[in-house]
Design a protein around this ligand. Sequence first.
Ligand SMILES: [Zn+2]
Length: 102
Amino acid sequence: MKIFACMNCDYHSVTSKYTCPKCQQGKLQETEVSPKGTVYSFTDIHVAPAEFAHIAPYTVALIQLDEAPVKVTARMDSEVTIGDAVELKGLEEGAFIYTKAN
Ligand SMILES: [Zn+2]
């Protein structure tokens, strides 16, 4: 998974920006890290926006990556609890889909 790390401070992000929003001067450099992580928090979505109604109910989790100080928002393909080890399963319509690691 690609993330962006500031070359000037400790800022990390999954989205590219022209300059670092934290220190306002660093350039962000693309870095490849393992998408494996741990569930930091999660929400069960029962009433989904129209575009996702066909897959509801589903779980959206905030995942703390193992290799970088970054949290990723992802849709889970099964139920999870905080602290579960998870890994990237794929991308769907621009969204990260994660699954429980075994
Ligand atoms: Zn910075």
